[in-house]
Design a protein around this ligand. Structure first.
Ligand SMILES: *Cc1c(COP(=O)(O)O)cnc(C)c1O
Length: 438
């Protein structure tokens, strides 16, 4: 593949100017303004590589937060974006519709087995819409008092206020938001191996709060940004039964796990045929090109909401079903389905198990977990992110650890030598962090 490089005159800011403006004006995720070490300036990206302003190339072990499953500047996705730009990049979705939305809707319905699709801008908004749908459904069913959600601890659902209220109460720092966040009902973290203790506790909590619960929400099989934990898919069977017993909707947040990441197309497929009532997808939906998410539902929910006083789902973002994002998403999902994604993810799983497994015996390591194209090393102490980043960059790899977790979710196109580099970088970071004194 040949990638065109921008001519120098196209960049109108010097590297120093970019860094100065960034430092003085731009917020970064979970960061102080202008604080900490300067961010790395990325000039371009192609395949699995991020190209820095100084020409260094890094293997992206993060897929830009789980999203860029096909890597950067994939010819099929570039072509889809260019083609869509030639017809329209955006029109409103109120009273109008278009082929990219219809094609993506049909693809999602076909791949998930769900019936209805609500397109929105981001994962957090998708969770907002899923919760709103559940509450409107309960109102339609004559239970307006059912307003809370039951969710396992250890979860992550996004950064707007409703998702925040559902995130792990400790990891999500609920204590800083007392009186602001909606109160939800928490169950214990789903265990690695399911057993009667968790099962009985969840059933007890659900029964106690039944009258005020609208829905259950969970990330199937892998809890992502809440702690990169993998758990027994049989827990999903329990949650399905609990939902049915108490008249609750079951919401699966597949924003991180969807589109093959865990080794199944959707993580719920690991678990004994459990089907949700509502499902959220995002992140890898556009192959990491544009921000887009979707909330999928069962027809019965829409029918119930249609019959109520409001008679409509009361949500409608400005950029709903953005044609450019939908067009790229169609290309990304079609590319994925036409590829041997299952074989590629299995290959990555083996490489990560081989490259990270030996760390189980390493100093300072609490746990090593691998599932699909996800590899996690949990340390017994918090990671010094600046030091870890510098070490990974010296090894030619982009990593972004958090808390006590050094992890990778590489693009599915990562070659065996890319994966060796990634594992070597994680081993180097682990050796340094695991033996540090403070
Ligand atoms: C990232 C994530 C979200 C939030 O998505 P944004 O696009 O960042 O708003 C929600 N749920 C899960 C499981 C996620 O991983």
């Amino acid at each position: 593949m040949v990638f065109m490089t921008l001519p120098p005159e196209a960049a109108s800011l010097s590297l120093d100017e970019v860094l100065r403006i960034d430092r003085e004006h731009l917020w970064h995720p979970y960061a102080r303004l202008g604080g900490g070490p300067a961010p790395l300036v990325v000039r371009e990206a192609h395949g699995t590589r991020l190209v820095l302003a100084d020409g260094r190339e890094l293997v992206d072990a993060m897929s830009s937060w789980w999203a860029a499953v096909h890597g950067y500047r994939h010819p099929a996705l570039d072509a889809a974006a260019a083609a869509q730009l030639r017809s329209m990049s955006h029109v409103m979705f109120g009273g109008l519709t278009h082929e990219p939305a219809a094609r993506l809707g049909a693809l999602l319905v076909q791949t998930t087995g769900m019936d209805t699709v609500f397109f929105c801008d981001s994962g957090s908004v998708a969770v907002e819409v899923a919760v709103k749908t559940a509450l409107q459904y309960q109102r339609a069913a004559g239970s307006p008092g059912r307003r809370k959600l039951l969710t396992p601890r250890g979860g992550y659902y996004g950064d707007t206020f409703t998702p925040m209220s559902l995130c792990d109460p400790v990891g999500g720092m609920h204590s800083q938001w007392t009186g602001v966040l909606a109160e939800q009902v928490f169950a214990p973290e789903p265990p690695r191996t399911s057993g009667p203790a968790w099962d009985e506790e969840v059933r007890r909590i659900a029964a106690e709060h039944s009258h005020e619960l609208a829905a259950v929400i969970v990330e199937p099989v892998v809890q992502g940004a809440g702690g990169m934990r993998m758990y027994d898919p049989r827990c999903l069977v329990t949650l399905r039964e609990v939902a049915d017993e108490h008249g609750l909707l079951l919401i699966f947040d597949e924003i991180a796990t969807g589109f093959g990441r865990t080794g199944e197309l959707f993580a719920a497929e690991h678990g004994a045929g459990v089907r949700p009532d509502i499902m959220c997808v995002g992140k890898a939906l556009t192959g990491g090109y544009l921000t887009l998410a979707a909330v999928l539902g069962r027809r019965g929910i829409a029918e119930a909401i249609n019959e109520t006083g409001a008679g409509a789902l009361l949500h409608g973002p400005t950029f709903m079903a953005n044609p450019l994002a939908c067009g790229v998403a169609v290309a990304s999902v079609e590319l994925l389905l036409a590829s041997d994604w299952r074989g590629e993810v299995a290959r990555i799983e083996q490489a990560l198990a081989r490259g990270l497994g030996p760390l189980r015996q390493a100093e300072g390591v609490r746990d090593v977990r691998v599932l699909g194209a996800i590899g996690v090393v949990q340390l017994d102490r918090p990671v010094d992110v600046a030091r870890a980043t510098a070490t990974a960059v010296r090894h030619g790899v982009w990593l972004r650890p958090f808390r006590d977790l050094v992890y990778t979710m590489p693009p599915y196109i990562a070659s065996d030598s890319d994966l060796e580099l990634v594992c070597a970088a994680i081993r180097a970071v682990t050796a340094e962090e695991g033996s540090s004194v403070g």
